[in-house]
Write a protein that binds this ligand. Structure first.
Ligand code: MN
Length: 328
């Protein structure tokens, strides 16, 4: 269940109907995310696997984290690790996650909150469930999206944005059949809270069984739709889509997504993440946690990390269990 819910969607702003000459974006590819493990071993779906970077641009990578129901002691995070040259955007749909970084950024997000971290010139960070959640177990479901930075922005000072669920712009369709949460970018004059370095949009939509979402989308943006859960269809030809699939759409003005009439009873409908942005169109040299323009810059990033130039673990960092907590 997505955490940002609205008791009465009819109170929300409406997404306008597309105009008669607006072009519906056609499906260019549908890929199914392979399952893997991240950090200390939490389950993820690699949403962008197998898709050409030129189609993803300005995005690089996305993991759907979970959905997983942890038992006591099972929740996992990452060890301390570096980044340089891009942004990580962590959106928690259900559950709680903590962030701490060597640049002073940090906080706890839960149930619809987002951490927007600009690694820029470089930092170290750790992402983990809070100690109480490790002890209790519980539901964990979210996304981590990697957004590239253009050459001129790769060396900016790191920045941390703590975006609360209540700040998301919420809209619905003319018949109230879908809820759209705008985390970044603009939808019909309603702007999400995320401050972006290049023009882009990130939204999370829940489409009721049998309902249709017609989302106006900037013509100069690419368009990616990832199915978080549920089944439905997409595009003017109604191509079927289901959980864990990524759709790359072609040019046009509108993204059309339909929720199937029948959904699993535990689901509110079809849940999709919708992403798009102005392509950066620069060379991408990427190795592990560093995304630069040239291989020499990536080598320098590894060297700088080895030399401690990307920062040090803050003195205020407390490992789990250090205070005599219940976790192992
Ligand atoms: Mn990271």
């Amino acid at each position: 269940m997505p955490a940002i819910t609205v008791a009465d969607v009819t109170t929300l702003a409406r997404i306008p109907e597309p105009g008669p000459t607006d072009l519906d974006r056609r499906v260019r590819s549908v890929t199914t995310a392979p399952v893997g493990h991240e950090g200390e071993g939490f389950p993820v779906r690699r949403a962008f696997a197998g898709v050409d970077l030129r189609d993803l641009d300005p995005f690089l990578h996305m993991d759907q984290m979970g959905e997983v129901e942890y038992g006591p002691g099972e929740p996992k995070g990452t060890p301390w690790h570096p980044h340089r040259g891009f942004e990580t955007v962590t959106y928690i749909i259900d559950g709680t996650f903590e962030h701490m970084d060597s640049h002073g950024g940090g906080g706890t997000i839960a149930d619809g909150d987002t951490q927007w971290m600009t690694a820029g010139s470089g930092l170290l960070h750790i992402e983990r469930p809070p100690e109480a959640l490790v002890a209790s177990g519980g539901l964990f479901h979210g996304l981590q999206l990697w957004v590239n930075l253009p050459r001129a922005e790769k060396w900016v000072e790191p920045k941390y944005q703590d975006l609360r669920a209540a700040e998301a712009a919420l809209l619905t369709t003319p018949d109230g059949g879908a809820l759209v949460r705008v985390i970044a970018g603009d939808l019909a004059g309603h702007t999400g809270p995320g401050s972006t370095r290049t023009p882009m949009a990130m939204m999370h939509a829940t489409i009721s069984p049998g309902a249709q979402l017609r989302l106006p989308w900037r013509r100069d943006f690419n368009a990616l739709v990832y199915v978080l859960s549920g089944t439905g269809s997409i595009g003017p030809d109604g191509q079927p889509i289901t959980t864990g699939q990524l759709v790359v759409l072609g040019p046009g003005d509108v993204i059309t997504v339909n929720g199937a009439n029948q959904q699993e009873s535990r689901l509110p409908g079809l849940d999709v993440a919708v992403l798009g942005g102005l392509p950066i169109r620069e060379p991408v040299a990427w190795a592990g946690p560093f995304v630069m323009n040239t291989e020499a810059e990536v080598r320098t990033a590894f060297e700088d990390y080895q030399k401690g130039k990307l920062g040090v673990i803050p003195a205020t960092y407390v490992p789990h269990g250090a205070l005599g907590g219940a976790s192992s």
